[in-house]
Design a protein around this ligand. Sequence first.
Ligand SMILES: [Fe+2]
Length: 318
Amino acid sequence: MSGATATLWAAPRLGAAPEDDQRAALPSNAGRSLRLAHITDVHVQPELGAARGLAQCLHHVQSQPDAPQLILNTGDSIMDAIEAGADRTELQWNLWQKLLRDECSLPLEHAIGNHDCWGLNRTKSGTTGREPRWGKQWALEGLGLASPYRSFDRAGWHFIVLDSIEPYQDTYRARLGAEQLDWLKTDLASVPKGVPILVLGHIPIVSPGAVLNGVKETPDHNLELPGALTHLDAKPIHDLLRRQGNVKLCLSGHLHLVDRAEYDGITYISTGAVSASWWKGIRLERFDYGYALVDLFKDGTFHYQFVSYGWRTVASEG
Ligand SMILES: [Fe+2]
């Protein structure tokens, strides 16, 4: 493992109340329940040094002087399976699994990203849609998951993993769907009073970065936000989270932007991307190759920091 030193910089704090980062000033970790790392949008592939980049990122996480005990991964683990044939998809999942096996000794919890879903574009991938591993099945196998959405408890917090991806017309859109929304309602109701909740999923439920980078003005002067950028069902999801009363933090990726918003006491954060601009450089000249360290405290507060892990773009590598 490398002994790289963490470079810390704060995420853009769009919409966040100034008192949110009070923990940053605390001299100790008194009351902390768990330190975790949030990685997202790794997009591992044989090219552009991505495998070495992921290894460097994992080493950086594990070499932290105050190392996390858990890694949350919010998807797009492989470069792309939407348009890839079976051979290329297998190669990418094999690479992903080998890197985690060889380079990571921490437990991981995974969500599925759109690029993890095999063959959604049937024409480009050469699939029919009837293959046993078509869609999410190969991603479930690649990530070692029994279900695309689930929940678990750790260190006095309740964690909910959402599946943001709804296959739609040879691509996808961001929606839980009725069945998952019902499950979410039931799961939230099952959490004992006083237990803080963290939600993770690939596509942001709320994202100021999506508004500032993905919105277009329509001919009749409305703003239009594509349903693949943030959740189409953001309002019903947020309403469920708000009514539960103890949902503190929602972590996502997808946009490769670092952003943050707070509404009704719930903080929504996107953690950029381990791959920055898909391993081709810094994203939008300011979002570096990185991950987040998140401290969760017993009283339901948290502290978040984005960490650059020092990767430098390579021109090309097979
Ligand atoms: Fe991505």
